[in-house]
Design a protein around this ligand. Sequence first.
Ligand SMILES: C[S@@+](CC[C@H](N)C(=O)[O-])C[C@H]1O[C@@H](n2cnc3c(N)ncnc32)[C@H](O)[C@@H]1O
Length: 184
Amino acid sequence: MCGNEMDRMPNWAFKTMSFIFSIGDFFQSPDHRLDAFNMREGQTIVDWGCGTGRYLKQASELVGDSGIVYAVDIHQLAIEAAVAVTKKYNLKNIHPVLTDGKSVNIPPQSADVVYALDMFHMVSDTKGFLTELCRITKPDGVLFLEDGHQPRALAKQKVNNSGCWEIIAETKVYLKCRPISQSM
Ligand SMILES: C[S@@+](CC[C@H](N)C(=O)[O-])C[C@H]1O[C@@H](n2cnc3c(N)ncnc32)[C@H](O)[C@@H]1O
């Protein structure tokens, strides 16, 4: 297996994760999770590592019919989950996209906001991952990157070593980054 294949969890693990998330979401709705990302009508959004698709409904509503939400994941079950959410809520602007972890079929410099929540710790080739995210982000776009299950210092080191993102703010749960080219 190559690094990206190792990043993909087995089906049983994905299903277990889905079950655990559904219980957590029952007690605490995920519907306001994206509030801090300042997403607006008409924007192009990328939910990288969309998992069970628990943030897609809110993302879809925030950008409206004139916007686009790419739901990207390395796991086929996540793509199926994104399709199911899309059908359940009759969302018109969701585009599920399967990635091999190295590249994704999204046009260059098209995203206003990319968010990657609870998944950065799962990525083995962090430089390749961050480079691909940079490729699809507009020069004035932003990336919200959660540490995932790793120390903040390690997450920051990976971002800084990528050479393509500048950390412009941080909260307890995520780093806010912009493409380096914008700041030069
Ligand atoms: C713990 S789940 C989190 C899902 C979602 N972001 C959330 O917060 O509910 C991590 C997801 O990231 C996906 N993933 C892991 N590595 C990835 C990669 N390199 N590219 C895209 N998705 C990846 C996994 O398949 C899984 O669906």
